[in-house]
Design a protein around this ligand. Structure first.
Ligand SMILES: [Zn+2]
Length: 82
């Protein structure tokens, strides 16, 4: 869950993990730790027609989510880090 200082959503004020409720570390509006930001746009053939869902997970909760998968997530090495 993200809160912004401005209506344009350019400057982060707060990022909270939707799973555990922990506030992630921010410095001058820049996240200082890893986060998973999920977004789902549900269309006509879903039961949530027209809804957009967004959430954030801290790295610990992300790891717990992935452990629950029957088929592991695909993992690749990236040379350009964000
Ligand atoms: Zn969490």
């Amino acid at each position: 869950m993200r809160q912004y200082l401005d209506l344009d959503k350019r400057t982060l004020e707060k990022v909270v993990c939707n799973q555990c409720g922990r506030e992630l570390r921010l410095e001058n509006g820049i996240l200082q730790e890893g986060v998973f930001s999920g977004e789902a746009r549900w269309g006509y053939f879903s039961g949530k027609d027209g809804e957009k869902h967004t959430f954030d997970l801290c790295e610990t909760c992300y790891d717990q989510l992935l452990k629950s998968f029957r088929i592991p997530a695909a993992v690749e090495e990236e040379t350009e880090l964000i």
